[in-house]
Design a protein around this ligand. Structure first.
Ligand code: ADP
Ligand code: MG
Ligand code: MG
Length: 879
């Protein structure tokens, strides 16, 4: 017979797919003797069984739940629904992978007209007991019957107003009794039935609500955003309640064993006196720092710090701990690996290595390559920052800098973002319904809530700049205005800037600069580099890009596209004259001018590269791309070249192609106009000579694009070689250089053994290779790839992650055949896939020497390459 329910002392942390993350950790903490209130867990198997029975709890499950409930009554010495000593429980969902705020928790379940008497008797505190009851009605109504919370909030506000109270805690027992009776009326009116008085019925309704919530739209969106499998299901934790709202020796809070923003090794957290947990998470009251707890209850504080140390020692990672203090007794209600910024993740990993707790390999594997994106985010330019006025200051919940237009609700934010507007979502506080709006915003600002509020936790997970608890502003979500204490008023669409590192908000869009990398990052990256086998190069066409890429650890240029140098505004007239030239003299004249310009660029790149390999691709795009389209431009060209407008138009129509992607481009240009590549080869080698004279080593790789046959390549290569030989003869100097080819046609992959006879290197141009292998035009794919994605016809966008079965197989074939002819031929990849972690794993596996990607992806590629190498080592060890 299947087992569906587990007591806390029956589980352990490894069982999270069965017991959910929360349940497995509650079990583990129970097992190692921490003060966890007792309870039991309905497993994810129970969730699956519930779904198989179309939303019914089977007899088996019901029987097990009742058995465990009886046991819980026994160990707590309390009874469900008792008027003397009632058992109250929380019903908490727990998915196998953490989904913060996605599923709803019900507290104080078991309260009814009878047990409220018992609770007041047991706690001796009528106010807190009645307060628990009215919260329970609201939560239960909301979670189980979908009654919007504002009905209850309105009743609460009204009663406070009637009595002239400021705060919830001013409510007296008589007020609360009145409030409860109003709540019960609201419940009946909205739910269409009376509030269930039987605790067992309450429990079963709550359990089914948790199981149902697995499929609610917020949970579905969260899973989609985070790639979580929908078939896991959720577990339900039933746990005896402890009370943080029984006066000033009670409270509730959250502690991180290290700082989740910076990674600093110091317990970091917040707590609220005389409160139940939801208050901290929901950001309704702004909590105080843990240091306050040290003053108020030093012994409890010590115990908490010791527990933090113990849990971190046990899990070997930074923990996020939820605790409650009931009458000076500490209870631990949750622990999990804390969400953190990438900066903190690296700091923690490096520190744990130094503390001897984890290995370097573990430290490398703990950070997902794409998380590094966050680190490379820009910050505000210090000069602009110094001059700008601070509008308001809040809590710096998640670092980074962002500018954008403010929007006051998630739906408007999503709409604006979809129109390409940079959006900052501004809310009083966020709730799980805002998740999509948060995902599409540049940054998030809330007026209320602490460092562990929903907004803060979710933003850190998304790597988004976020400021919370900004008491300097007032937000009217109805009117869509933001008012500052100083009296400024901002409306929807107004621009602001947020600094998530300082919590400061500026009243204009500030310019941004590059991110600064920490010493821990450098150290960690060094371990990364020691582990990887692939070399990481950059696709860079300008000195600025190359400089940035070297700063990010690039080991050379894998692709310098010379046409990007041609596209320059002051160069294009000469390119045009070169193209429309009718005789070779005119063409030579235009080319001579272009050569000087290219030399300038190459010299600058060689100087910065300082001997690192530089792969220069000769001119690739179709000629007509350079030509003018508008009449004014055509007239200008006619004038400059001494031709009539009609002549230019005729030439333009001659150059127009039906299918330019498959047309007159790449090496085909060199077949018809050999002068172009000759000029480029001269520019490259003359630059190399200049740099060599400056005493800087230089070794260019000259790359011929779009080759399909060995004969094409041989012809062009020999021409270039002859040109360079002439230069060497003239200057009586020989410099090292390589000539190779971009492999980007399927035919080139298939005949790579022949092509390798004339190439010193291969660089797979996987963008074009993907286009030509699928026969998909990248420029038109937007019309149909989304449908392919929706129908799951492709596992992923093949322009983002390499299609291993098809395009990848061609790359592998080309590699194997190329090496048959030339075992030591240098082989790499340029193209978008060179920066995609999954593709990098593949390129590592098939034994390439390098990948090349855009500057910002260089650190990501380094990490992905290291992880690929470590995974390979590991799988070889376990084989
Ligand atoms: P989430 O997954 O959103 O963090 P939890 O199940 O952890 O939800 O519940 C939220 C809060 O409810 C907890 O942080 C805790 O303060 C409070 N809570 C949950 N169970 C209990 C309990 N048995 N006794 C007291 N408070 C509880
Ligand atoms: Mg929790
Ligand atoms: Mg190409």
């Amino acid at each position: 017979m299947r087992k569906f329910v587990y007591q806390f002392d029956e589980g352990r942390k490894e069982m999270k797919f069965l017991l959910g993350g929360k349940g497995a950790n509650l079990a583990e903490m129970t097992r190692i003797g921490l003060p966890v209130p007792p309870g039991f867990i309905l497993s994810t198997d129970a969730c699956k069984d519930y779904n198989e029975h179309h939303g019914h709890l089977s007899e088996d499950i019901l029987r097990e739940v009742m058995l465990h409930l009886a046991h819980l009554e026994e160990v707590t010495g309390k009874q469900f629904g008792s008027a003397e000593n009632p058992l109250l429980v929380s019903v908490r969902s727990g998915a196998p992978l953490s989904m913060p705020g996605m599923m709803d928790t019900i507290l104080n379940l078991g309260l009814n007209e009878k047990s409220i008497q018992g609770l007041m008797h047991a706690t001796g505190d009528a106010r807190s007991s009645l307060d628990s009851y009215r919260r329970f009605i609201q939560m239960f109504g909301d979670v189980v019957f979908g009654i919007p919370s504002y009905h209850f909030e309105q009743a609460l506000t009204r009663i406070k107003k009637e009595a002239g109270y400021q705060s919830d805690t001013d409510l007296q027992p008589a007020d609360l009794e009145e409030l409860i009776s109003r709540y019960l009326d609201i419940f009946s009116a909205e739910a269409g039935r009376d509030f269930p008085q039987d605790p067992k019925e309450q429990l079963l309704l709550a359990i089914t609500a948790v199981f149902d919530s697995w499929m609610n739209p917020r949970a579905v969106i969260y899973r989609r955003l985070h790639d979580i499998d929908a078939s896991y299901g959720t577990a339900v934790n039933i746990q005896a309640m402890v009370f943080g709202n029984t006066g000033d020796t009670s409270g509730t809070g959250i502690a991180f064993t290290r700082n989740p923003s910076t990674g600093e090794k110091a317990v970091f957290g917040e707590f609220l006196l005389n409160a139940q947990g939801e208050d901290v998470v929901a950001g309704i009251r702004t909590p105080v720092e843990l240091s306050q707890l040290q003053k108020l209850m030093p012994q409890i504080f010590e115990e908490l710090i010791a527990t933090c140390a113990l849990l971190e020692e046990h899990y070997l990672d930074m923990q996020d701990i939820e605790f409650t203090i009931e009458k000076e007794r500490l209870y631990i209600l949750q622990t999990r690996n804390g969400k953190r910024t990438t900066k903190a993740a690296i700091q923690v990993a490096v520190d744990l290595v130094h503390e001897g707790k984890i290995s370097r390999e573990e430290a490398i594997m703990r950070i997902a390559p794409k998380e590094l994106d966050q680190l490379l985010h820009p910050a505000f330019h210090p000069d602009a920052l110094a001059k700008s006025r601070v509008l308001a200051t809040g809590l710096p919940a998640s670092p980074g800098a962002a500018t954008g237009a403010i929007y006051f609700d998630a739906a408007s934010a999503v709409r604006a973002a979809d129109m390409g507007i940079k959006v900052i979502l501004v809310r009083s506080e966020t709730s799980p319904e805002d998740i999509e709006g948060m995902a599409k915003s540049e940054a998030i600002l809330t007026a209320r809530g602490g460092m562990t509020s929903h907004a803060a936790v979710v933003a850190r997970g998304m790597g988004k700049c976020c400021i919370v608890g900004c008491a300097d502003i007032l937000i009217d979500e109805q009117e869509k205005v933001l008012r500052t204490k100083a009296g400024q008023i901002l409306h929807e669409g107004d621009l602001i800037s947020l600094d998530g590192g300082t919590g400061q908000i500026y009243e204009e869009a500030l310019p941004l600069t590059e991110a600064e990398l920490s010493p821990a990052f450098d150290e960690w990256m060094q371990w990364v580099d020691e582990s990887k086998r692939l070399q990481i190069r950059v696709n860079a066409d300008t000195p600025a890009d190359l400089q940035m890429a070297l700063h990010f650890g690039a080991e050379g240029i894998g692709l310098c596209r010379t046409e990007h140098m041609f596209f320059h505004e002051d160069r294009i007239p000469f390119v045009r004259q070169m193209i429309i030239a009718e005789n070779s003299q005119d063409r030579a004249c235009a080319l001579e001018k272009l050569k000087d310009m290219q030399k300038e660029d190459f010299c600058a790149l060689f100087r910065i590269a300082a001997g690192r390999p530089i792969n220069i691709r000769l001119l690739d795009p179709p000629l007509h791309e350079f030509l003018p389209k508008e009449t004014r431009e055509i007239e200008k060209l006619a004038q400059a070249s001494g031709k009539t407008v009609a002549e230019i138009r005729r030439r333009l129509s001659e150059l127009t192609e039906t299918n330019p992607m498959l047309g007159h481009r790449g090496c085909r240009l060199a077949v018809t106009f050999p002068e172009i590549y000759k000029m480029q080869a001269e520019a490259i080698m003359e630059s190399a000579m200049i740099i060599h004279d400056e005493g800087i080593p230089v070794h260019p790789e000259i790359m011929i694009p779009l080759v399909a046959t060995q004969a094409e390549l041989a012809l062009i290569k020999n021409e270039i070689k002859a040109t360079i030989q002439q230069m060497f003869d003239k200057e009586r100097l020989i410099l090292p250089f390589d000539i190779g080819t971009m492999i980007e046609t399927p035919r080139a992959c298939i005949v790579a053994d022949q092509i390798a006879k004339d190439a010193q290197f291969f660089s797979f141009g996987t963008n074009d290779l993907t286009q030509l292998t699928f026969g998909f035009s990248r420029d038109d794919a937007g019309k149909f790839l989304p449908s392919y994605e929706k129908l799951a016809l492709l596992p992923q966008d093949p322009f983002v992650s390499i299609d291993q079965d098809g395009v990848g197989a061609l790359v592998e074939l080309g590699t194997v055949r190329g090496r048959m002819t030339q075992p030591n031929i240098k082989i790499g990849v340029c193209g978008e896939h060179g920066g995609d972690p999954k593709s990098i794993r593949f390129f590592h596996k098939i034994g390439l020497q390098y990948v090349s990607c855009s500057p910002f992806r260089v650190p990501i590629a380094r990490l992905a390459a290291a992880q690929a190498a470590l995974l390979e080592q590991h799988s070889m060890e376990t084989v």
